[in-house]
Write a protein that binds this ligand. Sequence first.
Ligand code: FUC
Ligand code: CA
Length: 841
Amino acid sequence: MRVHVCLYRSLLRLFPVMLTLSAAGSAVALPELSAQSSGALRLWYDRPASQGGASGEDEIWQRFTLPIGNGDVGANIYGEISEERLTVNEKTLWTGGPSPSRPGYIGGNLPEKGRHGATLRRIRELFAQGRSGEASALCDSLVGGRDGYGAYQSWGTLRLTFSGLGAAEIRDYIRDLDLRTAIASVSFACGGIRFRREYFVSNPDNVLVIRLEASDGVLPDVGIAFDSAQGGVPESRENALVLAGSVADNGLRYDSEIRVTAEGEAAEVRAADGALSVSGADAVTLYLCAATDYASVFPHYRTGETPEMLRRRVTATVGAAAEKGYRAVRADHVADYASRFGRVTLDLGQGPSARPTDGLLEAYRDGTATEGERRLLEVLLFQYGRYLMLSSSRENSLLPANLQGVWNNVNSPAWSSDYHLNVNLQMNYWPVYSTDLAECALPLVAYVNALRRPGRVTAEIYAGIPGGPDGENGFMAHTQNTPFGWTCPGWSFDWGWSPTAVPWILQNCWEHYEYTGDLDFMRRHVYPMLREEAVMFSGLLTADADGCYVTSPAYSPEHGPRTHGNTYEQTLVWQLLTDAMAAGRLVGEDAAVLADWQRKRDGLKGPVEIGRDGQVLEWYTETDFNRDAQGKPLGQGFGHRHLSHLLGLYPGDLITRDTPEWFEAARVSMNLRTDRSTGWGMGHRIALWARLGDGDRAHRLIGTLFAVGIYPNLWDAHPPFQIDGNFGMTAGVAEMLLQSHAGYIHLLPALPAAWAAGCFDGLVARGNFRVSAAWVGGRLQEAVLLSRKGGQAEVFCERVGRLGVRDAAGRPVPFERTSAGGIVFMTRKGGRYVLTPLSEE
Ligand code: FUC
Ligand code: CA
């Protein structure tokens, strides 16, 4: 029942060699990779992380270690020979939030600043009276506090010491990460013996597993230690190490256990002084479970477990995994992971390469890589985003992926490794639906729901929205958020204030319905948020001098003037009201409510206005690019990383080919913003150029991303490491191959010349169509739609004359042509539809 069977059959005629590769990458069967195999979806290195060439602990960690994870638990592998180590993480381990030492904690809100909405009302009045200077100055009062913000914490470092290793010569060293299985390994030969270590984090069994093997069956003695990053002291018990305690800042309880099983007649595990040692073993398996008493529930954010209860939970998890055994835990892990990862294959004609991944990146940068190698690295980075998603956000995760996913080696990471809502968290989830990982978005939807109660407190304090945490009159959150309901504006207006960040993140939630068609989920988990937010914003809009609705004060991340409305906020409110209306109609919302939203949306200022340079204005006070009528510079001008005024083009759907003037203005703005940015800024640019239909430009940006924003372990560098750029790249590539935001499925909308021949299988279009396509010489050969929900399909492709459609049995399917040159036809749930070019009349 695989959709791509007929596609592959037709392709086989064209590309027998390519297809062999593609079939191998489709993760149906998973043959063991030989250590030398390098054409596959695999990162590999011929050195331990410490020998990668970076100096300093943080640089080694962020550039060379390999990340594994199951959603909430993560680890980074160094692959050292005799002193192996892994940094260990659990996503809920945070400082900040409610604490006995902070009895007054209320999410950073400062009632004396917000004054129950009075400050905001005064700012708007001043703007309305044209007193912009005073209004702007008063914005500095719209801030929150700092106390209790906290940061994502490091759990600790697991150390494995192998006695005797390292003295002799090491040969054939390989450290790798197989994206098809989510298993990392380290192998090398020493003194005629081959050693192999395997590492993975199982989602079904919720344990990190390390397996140690030696080819002659006898491992050297292994010392096992677990250093706490929270000041805890590990306790050794028989065959286990327990590291438990509470975070000094907030009393959050944590508990972890490493259980060791040693195989072999002479195997012995000894416990002493908070460490373990294993001798005489043929093979050793370590199982690690880590958990805290965090719960995403306002206002206490704790499960209520006692230390003993938490202990029992952790020990039971680790015990069950050890009982089940390495083989069964591994098999279930691979089945669980590969069934998700294998949903999408991408073949751009990538060839094999003898170079390790860091060498491949180097060769890509200096121009010595072959075309096949370039495609290999591009496909690898695309699929790596899907790997990182599955490893840092799963349907059962307690929190969404943060700025570093789930990986962190220090207690004060950049930006606290928090949840930034002025682009970063949104970008994290851009690739989930289009690359068929919808379940990975569930922790995000849950997180946004969890912002509602604290967010109503913020809305009450700063915007005068009555009702408190349980009223349903509107919730506000701004740029920076934590797991503890930190919803206040930050401690500085210019980066902190961003109330439309919530409408923006609601796009990610609404898209769950657009892609999956799951009405029940939408009704229960998404619509209540959309409705509440649309009602609040409808009430918050204020009329400008021309009687158009604006938000006020408005601020465009993270530069420029404070104004009465701007393109960023107007666009996001437009999208919120548009999506709320669409959702509202589906769930039978009151006509009067829908009419109000419609009236407000249609009365909005802008959202898009075009300036004298032909650009999309970022501020309505802008005339020429980045200057106001008096010639005064407004923002940072060329090259600013944020593209806030272009959100209507991507991820929104305000600016499309159906609004040709805005579309061209967006192109002008993209050129003015330049192609050079930080990692995530590149991710957004790739997706935006894809929406503009310029595949060559998007592809060139991928090249620039490799040049400036990707570390040897293929993590994105802001710098430092920030995961949004990885997710942005993956989303951007999907957007180059398939779009569906404008009411129809657009096949190959931004195919670059460099990807002249290829195929993909399993990308998803809105309406829940699973799509495959193959092309040669830039021309579509065939596409297959699997209709997972039924309903009408409209398909368009410029890279072909006229399309025809047949069902899986080869019978013609009735269709109509659209004026734009596409076709429309009805599908039934489960039906497969094969689209091919008709020979030109
Ligand atoms: C946004 C960006 C910064 C950084 C931070 C985490 O505020 O403007 O560049 O990525 O998020
Ligand atoms: Ca949309």
